[in-house]
Every structure is written in C-alpha cells, then in structure tokens.
Design a protein around this ligand. Structure first.
Ligand SMILES: [Zn+2]
Ligand SMILES: [Zn+2]
Ligand SMILES: [Zn+2]
Ligand SMILES: [Zn+2]
Ligand SMILES: [Zn+2]
Ligand SMILES: [Zn+2]
Length: 247
C-alpha cells in the first residue's frame, strides 16, 4: 500500500525495520532503528511512523494562545529554526507559530510530561520555563553540568527545589499521541486508527473530510499570519529613517 505525505512528492511505502538496520528520519532528524517507517527508496527519504502520522496542527500547552502548525521545513531565510524547547537548531519538521516565532522540533513537541531518571530518586516533570536561580542566573543541568537557560524547557523535580535537567538529558522518549485533540486521552493509544483519524495520508476515505477541512482552515490561518507579519515588517522598513526616499 502506498501513502502520500504532504512533505514529499513521491508516494511512500510502509517498511518494517529489521534488527541492526538504521535509517535517518527526515522529519525529526533522529535515527529509526525499530518498528515501521514510511520510505521513499529512490530518494532515501524516511519517516518514523509517528513522524509521518504527526498531526498538521496541535494545541500545545506551552503556547495556548495559538495552534502550532507542522511545517515540513523552516520558513526562515537561514533555512533553520531554533527550537524553543531544547535550544538546538533544526532544519526539518517543526511545529511553529509564525506570529510569535515559536518553533519546536517534532520530537520536542511530544516530550512526555513526566519521566524518571536514573540519577534521581524522584519523578521529574516537564516545565516550559525553568525558574531562575537568582535574578539573571541560570541553573546547571544536573546530568551534564552545562548551563540550562531559563527560557528553555527542562525536567524539574517537584520535591527538590534545585533539581533541573535539560529535556534531552532526561529522555529521548516521544509521546506522539499527546495534544492531538480536545479529548486529552484519545491520542494516547496508537495504531492504525490514529492514522485515519489524523487524515494525513489521503486514501480517498470520505470520513476524513471533516478533519481535512479544519486542517485547511488552519493552513489558511497560517497564511494570514504570515501575511500580517510581512505587512508589519514592511511598515517597519517604510517607517525606519534608513529608508531614504528620493530627494
Ligand atoms: Zn522522526
Ligand atoms: Zn522520493
Ligand atoms: Zn528541540
Ligand atoms: Zn503564537
Ligand atoms: Zn544536560
Ligand atoms: Zn527530587
């Protein structure tokens, strides 16, 4: 069976990864070593199951004011984005709010809300802002000892005041079912039902129509956001003293 994904111009095939095989996911830029992947063999284009099925837009608790939209590649001139969660650059899929310049790696958008780490006896919770130690003073990550900037996300112990770690030091787990719909629990089971619910792979199935319509509406919204942004930037350029009009 072939699938069409919005990020790639060829059809994709589902492929079961064998033990010892490694593929590079073009969605999240990490490796796929198990489970099934979506593959275009002529382009060496591969997607994790969950990256291929990721929803076109999500309501994310880190940015409740706007939906975040899945972009296949960054729209910035640099061709990269800086992830608000982990602070690292990315050049593949991102969840983005163009109005607020919020960009998340796909895997960062689906970090588990709670994890356990072998370096600490208590459960760690995902926070979207690290509390500052003192004014303008960032914490050090308790796993790698490097600086943990307060504008980045981290995992913090609820019992101990001072135990904060980088998201990527705490876990490489993803929970792709999170934040899919208004129904919080619905996304947690995975499987073929989820893929159809998302309506990403167009198979001509009519009950996907509703999802696709609202998806189109959000893409429309995204275009409007971009246009507003460009209009604002243009207005700024026109208003700036450096824009010399012919004398
Ligand atoms: Zn992936
Ligand atoms: Zn291809
Ligand atoms: Zn990230
Ligand atoms: Zn926003
Ligand atoms: Zn760290
Ligand atoms: Zn603790």
């Amino acid at each position: 069976m072939e699938y069409k994904h919005f990020s790639h111009h060829h059809n994709l095939n589902l492929y079961q990864v064998h033990q010892g095989q490694t593929f590079h996911c073009s969605g999240c830029e990490t490796s796929c070593t198990s489970d099934s992947i979506y593959a275009c063999w002529q382009c060496n284009f591969f997607l994790h199951d969950h990256c291929g099925n990721a929803n076109r837009f999500i309501k994310h608790p880190s940015h409740p004011s706007h939906p975040l939209i899945l972009l296949p590649s960054p729209t910035y001139c640099s061709g990269t984005f800086l992830c608000n969660a982990c602070g690292a650059a990315g050049k593949s899929f991102s969840y983005c709010c163009a109005t607020c310049e919020v960009d998340l790696h796909l895997h960062c958008a689906f970090l588990p809300p709670k994890v356990n780490h072998k370096s600490h006896p208590h459960e760690l919770r995902l926070v979207h802002t690290i509390p500052e130690k003192e004014a303008f003073c960032d914490h050090d990550c308790k796993v790698c000892n490097n600086v943990l900037q307060s504008k980045q996300w981290g995992y913090c112990c609820v019992k101990c005041d001072d135990f904060h770690v980088h998201t990527f030091c705490a876990t490489n787990e993803v929970k792709p079912g999170l934040y899919l719909d208004d129904d919080d629990d619905a996304g947690l089971d995975s499987g073929p039902v989820e893929a159809t619910q998302l309506g990403l792979f167009q198979s001509g199935c009519e009950d996907q129509l509703e999802v696709q319509l609202s998806e189109e509406a959000v893409v429309e919204l995204f275009k409007i956001q971009l246009q507003m942004q460009m209009a604002e930037q243009l207005a700024e350029i026109l208003a700036s003293p450096n824009h010399s009009s012919p004398a």
